[in-house]
Design a protein around this ligand. Structure first.
Ligand code: 3SL
Length: 245
């Protein structure tokens, strides 16, 4: 397996995406919110790149069954039902629902990966499961795509990707070759074993704490809380991939 890690989606072109298996990471907070929603029985999530796409889609759905979720600058978007705090996405709120989901970086990374052969969503919450699914699929080319923050590396995504690269390396040994991004992230992750410390020291984590989302940091730092892996098929995330369990 050729494993590449991109610190942001900026250099991950459509040509590079073709034929690859991609794991999209946005630890704070889009990936964590998607994983949490799938755990809590959401019917499907439609990730969109911007608010305009979300507002175009919502009239096409039964409003009683559909929710608008996501953030701008960390806050709930005007007219949306939910923000981007995974702890808002309880079973009572999301079970059986369709969520149109729009965030600054995470959903942009997901929609931008559309040309890939396989797209899964990963974070600390489902780290072992998303790695196991990839190793089982054994694609020739795999990508760990960190969402970053407006084109800039995010420590929490990079270190989470590094833990994934380390696990893949441990599983496959000489059968995996890594690009410099994957190797750098793997080495850094070895020095940062505690996710909560990573989240609390990152720029985005500190900003979320200032905005009052302290509990989200604690939640998103939980390693392997879940064993399901959200997968994106034809632009939709439909609960969990049964093969991943
Ligand atoms: O950028 C994103 O996609 C969001 O996850 C950012 S935030 O954590 O909701 O501010």
């Amino acid at each position: 397996m050729e494993l590449s890690l991109y610190a942001t989606p900026r250099d991950f072109t459509e040509a590079l995406a073709k034929g690859t298996h991609v794991i999209v990471i946005d630890v704070l907070r889009a990936s964590s919110t998607i994983v949490q929603s799938c755990e809590n029985g959401v019917e499907r999530i439609i990730p969109v790149a911007d608010v305009e796409d979300a507002t175009k889609l919502i009239p096409t759905l039964d409003r009683a069954e559909a929710l608008l979720g996501g953030e701008q600058d960390g806050h709930t978007i005007d007219g949306f039902d939910l923000g981007n705090s995974p702890i808002e996405y309880t079973r009572r709120v999301v079970e059986g629902k369709t969520i149109i989901f729009c965030t600054t970086n995470g959903t942009v990374a997901i929609t931008g990966s559309a040309a890939a052969a396989d797209i899964s969503v990963g974070c600390f919450l489902n780290l072992s499961a998303v790695v196991a699914r990839l190793v089982k699929a054994a694609p020739e080319r795999a990508v760990i795509l960190c969402s970053g923050n407006s084109g800039v590396l995010s420590l929490e995504d990079f270190v989470c990707g590094g833990h994934m690269a380390a696990r893949i390396h441990a599983e496959l040994g000489t059968r995996v070759t890594m690009n410099d991004g994957a190797e750098a992230a793997r080495v850094l992750a070895g020095c940062m074993p505690d996710p909560e410390t990573v989240l609390r020291s990152s720029v985005h984590g500190r900003r979320l704490a200032e905005l009052g989302f302290e509990r989200d940091l604690e939640f998103c730092a939980r390693m392997d809380r879940y064993s399901g892996v959200p997968v994106v098929v034809d632009g939709r995330i439909s609960g969990h991939d049964p093969d991943s369990r």
